[in-house]
Ligand binder design. Sequence first.
Ligand code: 5GP
Ligand code: MN
Length: 336
Amino acid sequence: MLKGEENLQLLDQPRRIVITTHHKPDGDALGSSLGLYHWLKKQGHTVSVILSSDFPTFLDWMPGREDVIFYPKHPDAGQTLFDQAEIIFCLDYSALSRTNILEAVIRDAKGQKWMIDHHLDPEDFADFVYWDSNAAATAQLVYTFLTEVLPHEEPIDADIATCLYAGIMTDTGSFRFRSTTSAVHHIIASLIDAGARNWEIHEHIYNSSTEKRLKFLGYCLLNCLEVIPDYNTAVFAVSKEDLTQFDITTGDTEGLVNYALSIKGIRLAALIVDRTELIKLSLRSVGEIPCNEICRKYFNGGGHLNASGGSSSDDLSTVVNKFKSILPEYKELLTT
Ligand code: 5GP
Ligand code: MN
């Protein structure tokens, strides 16, 4: 979907721009934001990336990360930038609520809102929308936005390519998911040609674990994983104490849920974590099992068909039991 194309002419002159993405940014959220940041700066715009929270340490190498403004740490300076912004990019989210404390700030800001995203059910708040739920990553859409949608000639340099490569790599599970089309591989090839050092990015993201994090993985596999063979489902339930014992911080549970899905025959996997203020759920599935419907109906969340998230204010065991009680509703999809 392309909406509000007439607004693109705003970029013909230098503008004050703020880039936002969802709370607790993942690789695609940060990679899209910083990739676009570098491009817009080279075009002469005044650009800030403003986040509602920190990002995982495995992303703490991305070019431009030191320029990111954390709104909770600098609310006044952040607010001024939002007040002055002529364009606010909304990347990798389709509902303003995903920006947590920035929701009202963005909604009330006077500048135009430009959404680039691949999540389902986009909320109608943006003046410009470049949206495709079939895209493998928002970083893929940022790439085509820069190279196909915008008329401006500004080559993709090594920093932009590195950020966008990281976004596509993380959102496709290293080019494994169904969304990894030949078009994605063509874009990846261009990003490597533009200077993305694929092996180095892989090292940064996948070989940067701490000893504690690796031992936490072993602990969870041994102690927190329950397989429910009747429903081809596997669930990790991780308590507050488990997190404290291993010093687990933002991003350290990323990817854990995929281990449950890697068991032969498992079609639905859940990671249910007690984050103190809330219980957070991550669901992954194969085929037609609708993680997003489950999260939307039962856990105040949503996402993609095969990868979704949600939350609950109940306690951990209540949420685990609720999740299990939902399985009969999906028995046919889970077992045939
Ligand atoms: P994860 O399990 O990695 O946290 O999230 C997987 C996907 O689910 C995200 O890319 C996002 O699309 C979606 N998601 C995660 N948490 C939430 C949530 O609380 N609400 C909504 N609507 N979507 C979520
Ligand atoms: Mn994404």
